[in-house]
Design a protein around this ligand. Structure first.
Ligand code: ZN
Ligand code: ZN
Length: 362
């Protein structure tokens, strides 16, 4: 028995690399344990771009968008934590609560995290299901999601800034403070200074790193890195020569925010004996990484990091509080705001690669 639904506007993409088309769609009302959120802002993330380019697991037609904030405007039965009018940031870990990852308290490793909903979800058009990237599909005026994917927050900051906490900020900041567990006085190299890398730089700064070396081929991004706390900035070519001049024994920690296997290998080479190389960037599914095995005997660690090893329920609000206190420069990560209707122009700008974040407002 189909339940009730509402009409809303979604940016649908029907095939790899096609333009988005904003169209009316049907959105089923929230069921047990679900809420409906009226989206106020959604950032355009590199992984949305990769999904559009056909590099991620997604079925078309699809609605992308997974870095969003909004206000709860309807709740299903059994919802205990949220009510209409609550401000939320969307989280892409379902935090199911029953899988081994969740039971260990590592909700960022929840087995239910999925890039695709296989067109089985609350969104449809003319009876045909529409896929939602990361289980959210937030390039849409409303989403219906499990209560656990809508994290309540209190903030005075504007939605076009706070939405970034749903992905890039938490991913980068958490990679530095949670996964790498940067300690005061340490030397940290961050390779790749997009939204995630700039958040990692700020995480390292908050954690008390004494030297933060930012690496990016694009001048605007190196400039941004410096403004956010990098003490040294380098282009990609001279890393292997310049970093040993700054940290003779190697850096304590290197964070890869590019998704390229060569950069990952460089990170591993750059760390000192006993140092940590953390991979945050999203590689291609078929990519393989080789490292000199003998270096493992120097107790070097190479580790991945997903969603900043975070606990959205507590970490989202903590990052917001740091931002309100001026310790985390959230606003500086947004370099363009566009209305939802200009989503195609926003993606064009992200493709050019010079901007940190383009945010769509609804
Ligand atoms: Zn993302
Ligand atoms: Zn789980």
């Amino acid at each position: 028995m189909p339940g009730n639904s509402m009409k809303t506007q979604a940016a649908i993409v029907r095939n790899t690399n096609e333009e988005f088309s904003i169209e009316e769609v049907d959105l089923a009302d929230p069921r047990n344990g679900e809420v409906r959120v009226k989206i106020e802002a959604c950032g355009i993330c590199r992984s949305d771009l990769s999904a559009l380019e056909g590099k991620e697991v997604i079925e078309f037609p699809a609605v992308l968008g997974h870095e969003a904030t909004g206000t709860v405007d309807a709740v299903g039965k059994g919802v205990v934590r949220l009510k209409e009018g609550d401000k939320v940031i969307l989280s892409w870990t379902p935090a199911c609560g029953c899988c081994p990852g969740c039971l260990r308290g590592q909700v960022h490793l929840c087995r239910e995290i999925n890039m695709t909903t296989h067109r089985r979800g609350p969104l449809s058009q003319g009876g045909q299901g529409i896929d939602r990237f990361m289980g959210l599909g937030a390039f849409c005026e409303h989403v219906v999601i499990p209560e656990r994917m809508a994290i309540p927050v209190t903030t005075s900051l504007p939605p076009h800034q706070t939405c970034l906490i749903g992905c890039a900020v938490t991913t980068g900041f958490g990679a530095a403070v949670n996964t790498a567990a940067v300690r005061w006085g340490e030397t940290v190299a961050v390779l790749g200074c997009g939204g995630v890398g700039l958040s990692a730089i700020q995480g390292a700064k908050v954690a008390g790193a004494s030297r933060i070396i930012a690496v990016d081929p694009i001048a605007e991004r190196r400039e941004a890195a410096r403004a956010m706390g990098a003490t040294d900035v380098l282009t990609a070519e001279n890393v292997s020569v310049e970093i040993p001049k700054l940290a003779a024994d190697g850096v304590d920690c290197a964070i890869e925010c590019v998704g390229n296997v060569n950069t990952m290998r460089t990170c591993f080479e750059l760390i000192r004996p006993g140092g940590r190389a953390i991979v945050v960037g999203l590689p291609g599914y078929a990519d393989e990484l080789t490292i000199p095995a003998i270096n493992l005997l120097a107790e070097k660690t190479l580790s991945g990091s997903i969603y900043g090893s975070c606990q959205p329920n507590t970490d989202f609000q903590k990052i917001l509080s740091l931002s309100e206190a001026g310790e985390f420069k959230l606003g500086a990560l947004v370099d363009k705001i566009r209305p939802f209707s200009e989503i195609n122009q926003g993606f064009d700008e992200m493709r050019q690669g010079h901007l940190t974040r383009v945010v769509l407002v609804f």
